[in-house]
Design a protein around this ligand. Structure first.
Ligand SMILES: Nc1ncnc2c1ncn2[C@@H]1O[C@H](COP(=O)(O)OP(=O)(O)O)[C@@H](O)[C@H]1O
Ligand SMILES: [Mg+2]
Length: 269
């Protein structure tokens, strides 16, 4: 990453050049995500919790990045910021060249619907809606016609190999199938990034493998993926591993460097 960080004003050591929140230049087109000294704190009745203490992260289009780190290190806080579900207290967030950290709630909601697909640990499906209806939902909000919605939702379900289960409700599906529905729903708006926060956290190890294959397949076909996981085996599917500790980036490595250091047994080449 050493040369690539240079052209966006970040150094590989995590030290910043003289770039302030208002003076940072817009990143070039290759970069789908750029954060500069991103900070998020929570005021818990007088006690300040510094969840993110200055995160510099740059992700190129088509990258597949795993985010790791101990519980409480700020992974979900970072994902929520990247996913436009939350706004930082300080620092910059550029998404596809747009300065998201300066946006109003309305603008943020629009950007989120258009650019972001989010997959959660708990699936978050509507229990009474079929797989197809669940996947169509983001298109309803986007004002797409019924025919077009159905067509696109079917395509998304087929991409996750659920074309045969589209009329099933969540309670008629296995955990792995539910997560596939959630992935299809995240993909249906053709987002520029797919974000997943511990997507295999509620699944057994065999089903987790299956779900990781889905993400890998999507990444292979050019989908930008950022995934939080606490499993080194899962992280080893990604091309790059970023480790958070106490609200800052502790390391940022290519997969092979990460595997060498952590010693993951059966990682793919
Ligand atoms: N909504 C919130 N209100 C107060 N504190 C929070 C909130 N969300 C997260 N935190 C705190 O911020 C820190 C980082 O949390 P989080 O981003 O959820 O970490 P992780 O996902 O790595 O486990 C923790 O100390 C957590 O308790
Ligand atoms: Mg979390």
């Amino acid at each position: 990453m050493s040369t690539t960080h240079d052209d966006i004003g970040l150094s590989t050591t995590g030290e910043r050049r003289a770039v302030t929140a208002t003076s940072g230049a817009a990143p070039t087109q290759d970069w789908v995500i750029v954060t500069r000294q991103l900070k998020r704190q929570y005021d818990m009745g007088g006690e300040i919790v510094r969840a993110l203490r200055g995160v510099d992260l740059a992700i190129r289009r088509n990258e597949y990045v795993a985010i790791m780190g101990p519980s409480g290190s700020g992974k979900s806080t970072l994902m929520n910021l990247i996913g436009c579900l939350d706004t930082p207290n300080e620092g910059e967030y550029w998404l596809n060249g747009m300065l998201v950290s300066e946006m109003s709630d309305d603008q943020l909601a629009r950007v989120r619907n258009k650019e972001i697909g989010f997959v959660f640990q708990t699936f978050n499906l509507l229990p009474r809606a079929t797989a197809l209806q669940n996947v169509e939902l983001p298109l309803v909000y986007a004002g797409i016609s019924a025919d077009e919605r159905k067509k696109r939702a079917m395509e998304a379900l087929e991409r996750v190999q659920l074309g045969q289960r589209v009329h099933h409700r969540p309670n008629e599906l296995s955990g792995g199938q539910r997560q596939r529905v959630a992935i299809a729903r995240a993909l249906v708006n053709r987002p520029s990034i797919l974000l997943a926060d511990e997507p295999t956290g509620n699944l057994d190890s065999q089903t987790s493998e299956e779900i990781m294959k889905v993400f890998e397949e999507l990444a292979t076909h050019g989908q930008t993926v950022v995934m939080v996981t606490h499993e080194p085996d899962i992280a080893a599917h990604a091309k790059r591993v970023v480790v958070l500790r106490d609200g800052v980036i502790a390391s940022d490595e290519r997969r092979d460097q990460f595997i060498e250091r952590v010693g993951v047994g059966h990682a793919a080449p």
